[in-house]
Design a protein around this ligand. Structure first.
Ligand code: IVH
Length: 718
């Protein structure tokens, strides 16, 4: 009997050891099968000796029956919240306040931690045994969710023995969260089972903790990081650094990204560093937290308004923000299509001021039904264009729905109603649109690059209704849009012709046709007379125009603004025909031989060159230009990257990303925006984030951006 009891205790220890390796250190040393064997043996012994079982046994994580409700629990020490800083100045003020409060010029070390976007909890350990887990509640009273907390495998039911003795009573404060990939899996499973998906990992974590049935909580991939102490009886700590070291020795999970900083400037650098790598961090964070490291100084500083004076959260700019809709406008594009655009009360979303938000088409306008005076939630993540996620109708005196115009709001010409082809890549499980494309080719390309075994994405062809102005060049907005496109960076790239100058020159009739841009040099003295035009600015403008006159064929094709002819199609046309004259003479059959060009696009091209106005304008323009590299394809010797798929990420200082992309394409490469198993190389610059991680996981060859020139000359060496 004694011998068996020993075996029972040994197995418990072994399971705890392997749980720690698996859930905290992320490095299991035994197989799942061996672990299951141990667990089965434990359960076998417990079924034979139910009187031996204590709540600290690893088998007792889920064992309690569903509760009817949670009982309240008064925290031994209040759970405070954090004051916020939104910029470097706020941070400096925080530091100055501390120095002022202390009354002498002490040196302050700060402990820096990511601010986890999860649910705050408090764990009570009595002599090393977990006796309670409590939600934050209102900071004073929380809900006793012990049985749910016990199901979280990274939370030790019993602290690991180490050289540090256990306090009699310890309140561990921390955050329960779900990693980004576990969250995706959770929602993926939810859709497969026809259940509701969670809005974000924080909601999923908080919701899972408040399940009345712990068996449900146990199926949720909850994780935990400790970030502080409430009460502690029977042990003294000097600073936070020591607390976290001791926590780790007891098997409590501590964030590896935590770091000690010896000045407030260093804190700011920590913020910048974490923010720039945010996408690659496997869990959601909404900022960083700085805490005075020394406990005695923390005690001296105390708290104010339920926040400690010794800590502050430096929040990242919000990515989803509520603002007010001022108006709905219709913008007229270069092809005459009217796009509804919401004019907003300016709001900062993810660090960028947003005043306009496109509503894409009239379908979207009808679906969201935004009206002047309504609230709107605007979302913007990373460098993605702002999106209206939701409209919050104004409670009183709501304006009526925005009507589709019958006449062009800019030139009063008739409006025609039509359908535009749109391809969407859709997650087949959630039916959510991942990305929209205006060509089938682009959509297919994206699908090929992103199809993974985990997600099943499919392509959807839609005929989206659109309205367009029939005014042609007589509509001032169509005219302006055509020129805005013509001079834009990916087209003729005329640096000095910003929208304001361009529109002035159009309004003053200096520019009536594309070719007029290239004769502006003959009007120097007249230009100098214009408001805000000096000798110097006119000279700069003329120089940038002259520079743009040497242009690659594909840029010129793109600049013409032919309907449905985007950047990729322009390159394909330029590569295929090699010279503008050949393209001009091409037949419908010739055009459909070009990759990516189907009958729709071929018709648009034929229509464009059938229009006498377009041809006359183009002939005049060609006289002014020097088309470079108009040869047919690059010689096969130079096609070093033929058939290779290459991705680029991070900051690159030697060359612009656009230049690298163009060089690679002319040498036969396919440059993609994302990484897949098909990617041959990833060119990684500074601060390369998640793409670099993904490339490493997939075994993609990585080229350091500093070696870009060698790589372009001789990819074989990499
Ligand atoms: S310290 C007295 N550290 O942010 C200081 N809080 O308002 C108490 N949070 O709900 C919190 N990550 O749960 C601290 N590394 C971190 C944190 C963190 C997330 C949460 C916390 C609370 C809120 C603060």
């Amino acid at each position: 009997m004694k011998k068996l009891n020993n075996r029972y205790l040994t197995i418990q220890e072994k399971i705890r050891f392997h749980d720690h390796e698996y859930y905290i250190l992320d490095s299991p040393s035994i197989s799942d099968h061996e672990y299951d064997e141990l667990f089965r043996e434990l359960q076998q012994i417990e079924s034979e000796h139910p009187d031996w079982v204590t709540s600290a046994s690893p088998s007792q994580r889920v064992g309690i029956k569903p509760a009817n409700d949670f009982s309240t629990f008064k925290h031994f020490t209040q759970m405070l919240s954090l004051a916020n800083a939104f910029n470097e100045e706020d941070l400096k003020n925080f530091h100055d306040r501390i120095l002022k409060n202390l009354g002498d010029s002490q040196h302050i070390d700060y402990f820096c931690e990511p601010k986890m976007d999860g649910a705050a909890i408090s764990l009570i350990y009595e002599n090393g045994i977990l006796t309670r887990g409590v939600t934050r509640g209102d900071g004073t009273l929380g809900e006793d969710i012990t049985s749910n907390i016990r199901t979280i495998r990274s939370i030790p039911l019993r602290l690991k023995e180490s050289e540090h003795s256990f306090p009699d009573l310890l309140e561990v404060r921390g955050e329960v969260f779900i990693s980004k990939s576990d969250f995706d899996d959770l929602n993926f499973k939810a859709t497969q089972n026809g259940e509701k998906v969670f809005a974000n990992p924080r909601n999923a974590a908080a919701g899972s903790l408040r399940q009345l049935d712990p068996a449900i909580t146990s199926t949720r991939p909850l994780a935990f990081f400790a970030h502080g102490i409430g009460s502690c009886h029977g042990k003294e700590f000097l600073d936070l650094q020591e607390i976290f070291e001791v926590f780790s020795s007891w098997g409590l999970p501590v964030n590896k990204l935590n770091q000690l900083a010896s000045s407030i400037d260093e804190c700011h650098r920590y913020y910048q560093n974490i923010e720039s790598t945010r996408d690659a961090i496997p869990f959601e964070i909404d900022g960083v937290v700085f805490k005075v490291n020394k406990i005695s100084i923390q005690q001296q500083l105390g708290e104010i308004a339920r926040s400690p004076r010794w800590a502050i959260a430096h929040k990242f700019p919000a990515e989803e923000v509520l603002t007010e809709i001022v108006n709905i406008d219709f913008q007229v594009g270069r092809t005459g299509i009217l796009t509804p655009v919401a004019k907003l009360k300016t709001v900062n979303v993810g660090g960028v001021n947003v005043t306009n938000c496109t509503l894409h088409n009239i379908d979207e306008l009808t679906r969201l039904d935004p009206r002047p005076g309504d609230g709107a939630i605007i979302k913007r993540a990373g460098d993605v264009i702002p999106k209206m996620v939701k409209v919050i109708p104004k409670k009183k005196n709501r304006s009526s729905s925005v009507k589709t115009p019958k006449k062009c709001p800019k030139c009063n010409a008739d409006i025609v109603f039509n359908y535009q082809s749109e391809w969407r890549i859709v997650d087949s499980n959630t039916s959510k649109t991942i990305k929209r494309f205006s060509s089938h080719y682009e959509a297919k390309k994206f699908q090929d690059e992103n199809q993974t075994s985990k997600y099943n994405i499919s392509e959807e062809h839609l005929e989206t209704p659109f309205i367009s102005c029939t005014g042609g060049n007589n509509c001032p907005e169509i005219f302006q849009s055509k020129f805005t496109h013509f001079v834009s960076r990916k087209a003729m790239d005329i640096d000095g012709l910003g929208q304001e100058i361009l529109f002035t020159l159009i309004n003053q009739k200096f520019i009536k046709d594309f070719s007029d841009i290239y004769s502006l040099a003959d009007h120097r003295s007249e230009l100098e007379q214009l408001e805000r035009f000096g000798k110097k600015s006119v000279e700069n403008l003329i120089q940038s125009i002259e520079k743009s006159a040497s242009v690659e064929l594909h840029r010129l094709v793109y600049a013409l603004g032919i309907e449905e002819v985007g950047e990729t199609t322009s390159r394909n046309l330029a590569n295929h025909f090699g010279a503008m004259n050949h393209l001009l003479k091409s037949s419908f059959e010739d055009l459909t031989e070009v990759p990516d060009i189907g009958p729709r696009v071929a018709t648009k091209i034929i229509d464009y060159f059938d229009d006498i106005e377009n041809i006359t304008s183009l002939q005049k323009l060609l006289v002014c230009l020097n088309i470079i590299n108009p040869n047919l394809k690059t010689s096969s010797k130079d096609m070093k990257f033929s058939g290779l798929q290459i991705a680029i990420t991070g900051k690159i200082s030697l060359m612009s990303r656009e230049e690298i992309k163009n060089l690679l394409i002319t040498k036969g490469a396919k440059v993609t925006s994302s990484i897949s198993k098909k990617t041959a190389y990833l060119i990684a610059g500074e601060n390369a984030g998640s793409k670099l991680d993904k490339a490493k996981t997939l075994g993609v060859k990585i080229v350091d951006a500093v070696d870009i020139n060698n790589f372009l000359n001789d990819p074989q060496k990499f």
